[in-house]
Design a binder for this molecule. Structure first.
Ligand SMILES: *[C@@H]1O[C@H](CO)[C@@H](O)[C@H](O)[C@H]1NC(C)=O
Ligand SMILES: *[C@@H]1O[C@H](CO)[C@@H](O)[C@H](O)[C@H]1NC(C)=O
Ligand SMILES: *[C@@H]1O[C@H](CO)[C@@H](O)[C@H](O)[C@H]1NC(C)=O
Ligand SMILES: *[C@@H]1O[C@H](CO)[C@@H](O)[C@H](O)[C@H]1NC(C)=O
Ligand SMILES: *[C@@H]1O[C@H](CO)[C@@H](O)[C@H](O)[C@H]1NC(C)=O
Ligand SMILES: *[C@@H]1O[C@H](CO)[C@@H](O)[C@H](O)[C@H]1NC(C)=O
Length: 350
């Protein structure tokens, strides 16, 4: 009996979710960030070394296609777009031509690029182009209306922290506090720029415990996480909380959700079995200690039990981990996403 009620509740909540998704008048979703959200932009950047457009990337994608996503299948940006009621995840900006750009701009575009960071962004410049394109074709008022109802997702910051800790003899590293302060000021500037472009609903995904990536774990003799990286991620989350509070006080009409990716991943570690993960340390594809000493190389063989792995390659989560992360962002509690979750951000059409 209890089981049946539980099942019924699940079905009802699924129906409610679907209705909310259908009812939500989010016309478009624009996605910015790094490899955690890239759906193929880097395929168009010959100079970029961050590539995932070869098998076994995409092994669990439709027709096992390697799309440039840094995953065995979909990533969190894909799942979030679906949960917000979109049939298809927004296409990579760099795949669009003059003829297809406007059609897609009305439903959303993905500007995320693997390897990018807060201190090294291209997305916001592209965003300005698209706004100009929309304005030229729809007029200022219609463009403003479209953008103010749209969702802007941002997932970035990990590469900035990783770069900071990558030894580079030719550069004097500023102290950590100074670095985080520069990062915060720059991020705040980018977010303000998005607002100035017309964004009113911004979903921010913070930095996960990057010290626990297989690439970093492989550097620790005990196999533990690298603490400085975890601590930086946590410190930057606290800084981001302050940034978002400041901006929402300052910028009229701004609504936001801030996802705490650090806590979300810690929750994976704590409740691994509940989510079906039995391998939290080793990547599914790669080589060396924890498969974290080499990237996932073209045509190499990945592990077979992909659904049991938290990590797909030395830096990135598996499709299943991304899905759970997206679900948590979309409908999770205050512990993981504040002040409202991404579902609530998408709902309100005031
Ligand atoms: C693209 O479209 C714009 C506006 O319609 C036009 O001004 C521009 O010349 C086009 N560019 C190309 C390469 O066709
Ligand atoms: C979009 O704007 C850019 C920069 O102004 C321009 O080069 C491009 O042709 C525009 N495309 C369309 C379809 O209007
Ligand atoms: C070190 O940093 C400088 C300046 O940012 C850059 O030009 C150089 O390529 C870096 N070297 C390495 C080995 O990463
Ligand atoms: C390596 O992991 C251990 C836990 O196993 C931790 O105590 C230690 O601080 C880590 N080392 C570094 C350099 O972060
Ligand atoms: C990350 O490092 C911190 C210490 O800075 C540690 O407390 C935490 O347990 C680590 N995270 C995980 C998931 O091991
Ligand atoms: C992910 O989880 C689902 C169940 O939620 C399962 O059917 C699927 O096989 C898993 N594996 C992958 C690789 O997605």
């Amino acid at each position: 009996m209890e089981v049946k009620i539980a099942q019924l509740l699940t079905v009802i909540s699924m129906i409610v979710l679907v209705l909310v998704a259908v009812d939500a008048s989010v016309p478009a979703v624009f996605i910015f960030g790094d490899s955690t959200a890239d759906v193929g932009n880097n395929n168009f950047l010959p100079a970029s070394k961050a590539k995932a457009n070869f098998p076994p990337y995409g092994i669990d994608f439709v027709q096992s296609r390697a799309t440039g996503r840094f995953s065995n299948g979909l990533n969190s940006a894909d799942f979030l777009a679906k949960m917000m009621g979109f049939k298809r995840s927004p296409p990579p900006f760099l795949s669009l031509t003059n003829n297809t750009l406007l059609k897609h701009a009305r439903r959303g575009i993905n500007f995320a690029s693997g390897g990018s960071g807060i201190l090294d962004t291209t997305g916001s410049i592209y965003g300005q182009t698209v706004r100009a394109n929309l304005t030229a074709h729809m007029g200022t008022t219609a463009t403003e209306k479209l953008l103010e109802k749209s969702i802007f997702l941002i997932s970035t910051g990990s590469n900035d922290i990783l770069d900071y800790f990558t030894p580079n003899g030719s550069v004097n590293r500023p102290p950590m506090t100074a670095f985080l302060s520069t990062l915060s000021i720059t991020y705040k500037g980018h977010l303000r720029q998005l607002y100035n472009l017309g964004a009113r609903k911004i979903g921010v995904i913070s930095i996960p415990p990057i010290g626990c990536c297989p690439s970093q774990r492989s550097l620790n003799d005990t196999g533990g996480c690298l603490e400085v990286l975890n601590e930086s991620a946590r410190a930057f989350y606290i800084a981001t909380v302050a940034i978002m509070k400041d901006l929402s006080g300052e910028l009229k009409g701004l609504k936001y959700s801030l996802g705490n990716a650090y806590e979300m991943v810690i929750n994976f570690f704590r409740n691994a079995l509940k989510f079906g993960f039995t391998e939290l340390k080793s990547a599914c594809c790669g080589a060396g200690k924890f498969n974290g000493e080499s990237p996932c190389l073209p045509f190499s063989s990945p592990c077979s039990a992909r659904e049991k792995h938290l990590f797909w390659d030395l830096f990135h989560p598996t499709q299943n981990a991304s899905k759970i992360a997206a679900q948590t962002l979309f409908s999770g509690s205050h512990e993981f996403v504040t002040p409202i979750n991404f579902g609530q951000l998408a709902e309100g059409c005031s």
